[in-house]
Design a protein around this ligand. Structure first.
Ligand SMILES: Cc1ncc(C[n+]2csc(CCOP(=O)(O)OP(=O)(O)O)c2C)c(N)n1
Length: 326
C-alpha cells in the first residue's frame, strides 16, 4: 500500500474542505431556488468519498452515492467541482453536459452515470467489473451506497455473482442509520452491514466513516485485493448525515423530529475538524495554512458559481448524441 506523504495528506485535507464548501454552495443555491434539481447534502459523509477515492486510477469505474451528488468522490478523483455546479444549473459545461440533473456522470473519469433507483449500482457495478476483468487492464470498480441501498435484493445477487467470478469490485456502504425517514434498526436483522459479507465468502470490514485515513486504508486494501484478482469486498462506514434527507424537506425519523442531541453528538467528531486537528498536532498544518486553504476554497466556489451562470445551455440538436452511445 502506498504510504501517504505530507503532500498527500494536505491534498486530502484540501479536498475535504472543498467538498464542504461546494456542498454549502449547493445548499445555498437550492435554498435560493437556483438549482434545477433538489439537493442531498453530504455534510458528515465527506471523509468517505475523499478517503476512498484518493489514489484510485483515473480509469477505475466509480459509482458514487447520491450524498453531495458525487462531489467528494469526483473531487478526490481529480474532477473540477465547478462542473458539478454547472450541471446543477443545466449548463453544457456541466460534468454530464447539463442533462443529468443530479445523476452524476463524468465518463472520462470512469463515472458512467448513476441510476435513480437506490441499490441498482450493485448489479451495474458487477457489469462494469466483469467488463474490466475481460479486458484485463487492471481496472477496479468501486460503488457507494447507503444503508437503505443495501436492503435491496440486488445486493445479494450481485454479491454472490461477484464472489463466484472473483470480480474486481469494492462496495462501500455509508451507514448513516437512516434511509430517508426510516431508521436502519427498524429494517435490518443485523446490526452491522459488514457481517453480510461472510455469506458471500468475501471480506467485510467496519470502518469509522468520520476518519478519512481509516476509510482510505480499508478501501486501499480492498482495491489491492480486487486489482490482484482476489475478488470483491464489502466495507461499512459508520457515519451520520447532519442535514435532512434533501434540502427543504422535514428532518424526521418516522414522523418525529430527529434528535438535536444525537446530531450534535456526531458533529463533535466532524470529519473535516477531526482531520484538521490531527494534521495540526502532527505539524502538517498550521493555523495560517488552514485559513489560506479555506479562503482559496471559498474563492474556488465563488468562481464556480459565476462559471455556471455564465455557461451556455446545451444545444438541443445534440441531445440524442448525449443520451445514446454512438
Ligand atoms: C428503489 C428506490 N426506492 C426508493 C427510492 C426513494 N429514495 C431516494 S433516496 C432514499 C433513501 C436512501 O437511503 P440510504 O440508501 O440509506 O441513503 P441516504 O439517503 O441515507 O444517504 C429513498 C428511499 C428510490 N430512489 N429508489
Amino acid at each position: 500500500m502506498k504510504k501517504l506523504g505530507k503532500q498527500d495528506l494536505l491534498l486530502m485535507y484540501r479536498n475535504l474542505v472543498r467538498t464542504r464548501k461546494f456542498d454549502e454552495l449547493n445548499i445555498r443555491m437550492a435554498t435560493e431556488g437556483k438549482l434545477l434539481t433538489f439537493y442531498h447534502s453530504c455534510q458528515g459523509h465527506e471523509a468517505i468519498g475523499v478517503g476512498a477515492c484518493t489514489g484510485l486510477r483515473k480509469d477505475d469505474y466509480l459509482y458514487p452515492h447520491h450524498r453531495g451528488h458525487g462531489l467528494s468522490y469526483a473531487i478526490a478523483k481529480g474532477v473540477n467541482p465547478r462542473e458539478c455546479i454547472a450541471e446543477h444549473l443545466g449548463r453544457a459545461t456541466g460534468w454530464g453536459g447539463g442533462i443529468t440533473g443530479f445523476h452524476t456522470c463524468v465518463p472520462e473519469f470512469g463515472i458512467l452515470g448513476v441510476g435513480a433507483t437506490i441499490g441498482s449500482g450493485f448489479v451495474l457495478s458487477v457489469g462494469f467489473a466483469l467488463a474490466a476483468k475481460k479486458r484485463g487492464e487492471g481496472q477496479i470498480t468501486i460503488m457507494f451506497t447507503g444503508d437503505g441501498g443495501i436492503q435491496r435484493g440486488q445486493f445479494h445477487e450481485a454479491a454472490n455473482m461477484a464472489s463466484v467470478w472473483k470480480l474486481p469490485v469494492v462496495w462501500v456502504v455509508e451507514n448513516n442509520q437512516m434511509a430517508w425517514f426510516t431508521p436502519y434498526r427498524d429494517t435490518s436483522a443485523v446490526e452491522d452491514i459488514a457481517t453480510l459479507a461472510a455469506s458471500y465468502n468475501m471480506p467485510g470490514e467496519i470502518v469509522d466513516g468520520m476518519d478519512v485515513l481509516a476509510v482510505h486504508t480499508a478501501v486501499q486494501k480492498a482495491v489491492e485485493r480486487a486489482r490482484s484478482g482476489e475478488g470483491p469486498s464489502l466495507i461499512e462506514c459508520k457515519t451520520y448525515r447532519y442535514r435532512s434527507h434533501s434540502e427543504g424537506r422535514p428532518d424526521v425519523s418516522h414522523y418525529l423530529p430527529r434528535s438535536k442531541e444525537e446530531i450534535a453528538k456526531w458533529k463533535e467528531r466532524d470529519p473535516v475538524k477531526l482531520f484538521e486537528e490531527k494534521l495540526l498536532k502532527e505539524k502538517v498544518l498550521t493555523k495560517a495554512l488552514i485559513q489560506k486553504i479555506s479562503q482559496e476554497c471559498d474563492a474556488e466556489a465563488e468562481e464556480a458559481e459565476t462559471f455556471g451562470f455564465e455557461s451556455p445551455f446545451p444545444d438541443p440538436s445534440n441531445l440524442s448524441k448525449m443520451v445514446y452511445a454512438p
